[in-house]
Design a protein around this ligand. Structure first.
Ligand code: B1M
Length: 215
């Protein structure tokens, strides 16, 4: 297979052998972010479709996720970072009950490389922990990621909890993840949250929204 098809195939097949060499070769013609967006994420999309239609079993999804993470880790040091720093601080977490973290970690990388300080709390984080960290680290924004349909409900409950704790006006919230829709966030959730809540389709929209919030 040609290089970029082979790389995409590696994600789908969960094939790690020779990954770094292929990525190094890919980086001679394309920037790392483009490799992630156009090639690797396209492989993850296929994995999601195969799993969703019952053609792929969970352990293989996990293998694909491991290869995806290894690929991103290999590419990250080669990504362009701006000289800007101290643009703002975000506490970032995958919500309670949800283990998906590839997207959240991409958001971390993109924001960190573009002047933001990211406090990445990891996966399955209850809102109490997220809020404690936001208060403790004096965060400007709270970011929550979640990929399960269930997580969209958890996010709603989390916003209600922030209202109840009287911190909604202090913390604009950025939400992202495959199960969310723009309409759900901008209509339903914006209606209940007493602060500002925004939806990011991808990590770049997340960066753009951070720039807007911090402006
Ligand atoms: Co799971 N999984 N999974 N999974 N998994 C999905 C989400 C699913 C849609 C697959 C499917 O059925 N087609 C489905 C959810 C269905 C639903 O809820 N209705 C599903 C399921 C069912 C499950 C389990 C329940 C399976 C089981 O155990 N029976 C289980 C859940 C366990 C749990 O959470 N409690 C499970 C487990 C796993 C693995 C562990 C095997 C693995 C995760 C590994 C890991 O993350 N460390 C996994 C994977 C890999 C997937 C799919 C295939 C790929 C997800 C991914 O990494 N995508 C996924 C299919 C899909 O999403 N369509 C699926 C790439 C990533 C870059 O995209 O995270 O969307 P994403 O991030 C994007 C944007 O959404 C955005 O930016 C990123 C791109 O720039 N974004 C943000 C994300 N967060 C953001 C935050 C922001 C801003 C932007 O600001 C704060």
């Amino acid at each position: 297979l040609p290089l970029f098809e082979r790389l995409e195939r590696r994600i789908v097949d969960g094939e790690r052998g020779g990954l770094e060499a292929d990525l190094d070769e890919a980086m001679t013609t394309r920037p790392p972010l483009e490799i992630i967006n156009d090639t690797l994420l396209s492989g993850m999309k296929t994995v999601g479709e195969l799993f969703g239609s019952g053609q792929m079993q969970l352990p293989f999804v996990l293998q694909s996720a491991e290869v995806m993470k290894a690929a991103v880790a290999h590419l990250e040091p080669h990504m362009e970072a701006t000289d800007e720093a101290g643009k703002g601080r975000i506490v970032l977490a995958t919500v309670k009950g949800d283990v998906h973290d590839i997207g959240k970690n991409l958001v971390d990388i993109i924001l960190s490389n573009n002047g933001y300080e990211v406090v990445n709390l990891g996966i399955k984080q209850p809102i109490a922990t997220i809020l404690d960290a936001a208060l403790d680290k004096k965060a400007d924004v709270i970011g929550m990621s979640g990929l399960l349909v269930k997580s969209t409900v958890v996010m709603k409950e989390n916003l209600e909890e922030l209202n109840a704790r009287n911190v909604a006006h202090q913390f604009p919230v950025l939400l992202g993840g495959a199960a969310l829709t723009r309409a759900y966030v901008e209509n339903d959730l914006a209606e209940i949250y007493e602060g500002e809540v925004s939806y990011a389709r991808d990590a770049f929209e997340g960066l753009h929204l951070m720039d807007t919030i911090m402006a």
